[in-house]
Ligand binder design. Structure first.
Ligand SMILES: Nc1ncnc2c1ncn2[C@@H]1O[C@H](COP(=O)(O)OP(=O)(O)OP(=O)(O)O)[C@@H](O)[C@H]1O
Ligand SMILES: [Mg+2]
Length: 497
């Protein structure tokens, strides 16, 4: 199926978001769509699939002008959109979710559960995921939920699949599985629109790339005829140089220590130390228990035993409030349910973690609140109309920046980052890395969980690898490479280093 979009305009509340934007997709190609956070990628695809209506422009599908009124209409035409912000129905099982509205029925309209289960199993097998069709959606990790969304797209006989940040929550291994699936879809003539901020993935997987900047079409290139420098320049209008900024920090004393942390059935024997000014990267496969370990340090998991020390003093974090009081900050991987109040303004979200700083004797100082929020918006280049901008009206990557802004003013002694740059564009990633470096320079002990291996390798002084709820090993920065981290993550032996 080929698609041609041209002259697309779209404004929200008088704010132009797309200006003369365009995009062309050919039969059986994998076409990357790139651009900074807020450039308009998701919006352009939402216009194609009838989620939003365009203010101006034309859309041709196989030479016919179309204007889908809603996503169902687009889906009927064979265009499926896997959204960036997953809409998971938590109180459903995997198979109910996958067959929602498309149940296989026997005579008299009775659901044919057996047929449905067999179908679900078949699709999940193609994806190489080991999830029971009867599992409840809320027991799945974000990565697994993402896989289910992809599985849903495979169920429909799609001719075009739009994937908006599909690997943001996946690990290396799952990403490889996904790439296999995407390539075999291409062989069958399916076209894929691939939206991602992960440059390496785009160069590995895609045939062509189109770049948007500030809602405008900048250009299209064949991947084999371009390079990362050109792509970055098209995206942000300049070169950014080294992606991982230098960190010149003197590593200090042990600032944080965990001894024998255990949580039955989830993880065991977790002991590690982090020094002031040190960045400890935490790698591992999805489901290895990294997030759970971090959540329990932050007082957010039941049935945990073990000891936690901040600057040599034992602390007991029964809940996140206590953990915060004890000097621990936490930037969560799941901004949608834990990190952000989407229905609230940027201001409200940043203020809530900083009440101590901006109030005196329990009275909020409006001016310091405003100053702090403005500083956060500026420092992180959050693309918004101002402090009152609602978080659900921000682009995905800009939401992540707000999550970050919530914590940079809290002066933590230890800062835990769980997938800190998920969905964030390359320029903003570098800004976040610089902020991490600044915090380290101020003596904060940093623990950074990330599934993006280049990021772990580029940012960590030391890497702790978690495998199946246990520590697989530690690797120092100078010895670390993609390969030895993966070996440890999959349960292999450390090679003596
Ligand atoms: N429903 C909405 N109401 C108001 N503004 C919106 C809405 N949806 C998107 N926007 C604005 O439109 C702009 C483009 O957003 P969009 O989500 O398309 O960006 P994106 O390129 O997908 O970014 P990201 O990489 O962060 O996902 C942003 O500035 C965003 O704040
Ligand atoms: Mg987006």
């Amino acid at each position: 199926m080929n698609i041609k979009m041209s002259g697309i305009n779209k404004a929200f509340g008088g704010n132009p978001v797309l200006r003369d934007a365009g995009f062309e997709l050919s039969d059986g190609e994998i076409h990357a769509l790139m651009g900074e956070n807020g450039a308009g990628k998701s919006t352009l695809m939402k216009i194609l699939t009838g989620v939003y209506t365009k203010d101006a422009g034309e859309i041709y599908v196989d030479g016919q002008e179309v204007c889908y009124k809603n996503p169902q209409e687009a889906e009927k035409a064979g265009i499926v959109f896997i959204h960036q912000e997953l809409n998971v129905l938590f109180d459903m099982t995997v198979e109910e979710n996958m067959f929602l509205g498309k149940e296989i029925t026997k005579k008299f309209g009775v659901c044919d559960r057996q047929a449905m289960r067999a179908e679900v199993k078949k699709i999940l097998d193609t994806l190489g995921v080991n999830i029971s069709p009867a599992a409840s959606m809320d027991t799945l990790s974000i990565g697994q939920q993402q896989m289910i969304e992809i599985a849903k797209a495979l169920m429909v006989d799609a001719k075009v699949i739009i994937m908006d940040e599909p690997t943001a929550a996946l690990t290396q291994k799952e990403t490889e599985v996904l790439f296999g699936v995407v390539r075999s879809l291409r062989e069958k003539g399916v076209s894929i629109v691939y939206i991602s901020h992960r440059m390496e993935e785009i160069f590995e997987l895609c045939d062509r790339i189109t770049i948007l900047r500030d809602g405008q079409y900048i250009g299209t290139r064949e991947i084999s005829k371009t390079d990362m420098t050109e792509v970055v320049k098209m995206m942000i209008g300049r070169e950014i140089g080294e992606r991982y900024p230098e960190r010149d920090v003197k590593i200090g004393d042990i600032a944080f220590e965990v001894k024998n942390l255990n949580c039955p059935g989830v993880f065991s024997d977790i002991s590690f130390q982090v020094r002031a000014g040190e960045v400890l990267g935490v790698a591992g496969l999805m489901g290895a228990g990294r997030t759970e370990i971090m959540q329990s340090i932050f007082g957010n998991m039941p049935n945990v035993t073990g000891q936690i020390f901040v600057e040599g003093k034992e602390v007991h974090n029964k809940n996140p409030e206590q953990a915060m009081k004890n000097g621990i900050g936490f930037i969560t991987e799941d901004r949608k349910t834990e990190g952000l109040m989407l229905e609230e303004s940027i201001m409200k979200n940043i203020a809530i973690t900083n009440l101590g700083r901006i109030s005196k004797n329990g009275v909020l100082n409006k001016k310091s609140e405003m100053d702090m929020v403005k500083a956060g918006i500026e420092e992180l280049h959050i693309k918004c109309t101002g402090p009152e901008h609602y978080c659900n009206k921000l682009s995905g990557g800009n939401q992540q920046k707000v999550v970050f802004a919530k914590w940079i003013f809290t002066d933590p002694k230890v800062l835990i980052l769980d997938e800190p740059t998920r969905g964030v564009d390359i320029g903003a990633k570098k800004e976040i890395y610089s902020i991490i470096n600044n915090l380290a320079a101020q003596g904060v002990a940093i623990i950074m969980v990330s599934s993006e291996l280049p990021e772990v390798l580029g940012m960590s002084d030391r890497i702790m690898v978690i495998t199946e709820g246990k520590i697989g090993g530690f690797i120092d920065r100078q010895d670390a490479n993609q390969e030895n981290v993966m070996i440890l993550a999959t349960g292999g032996q450390n090679d003596g280093k």
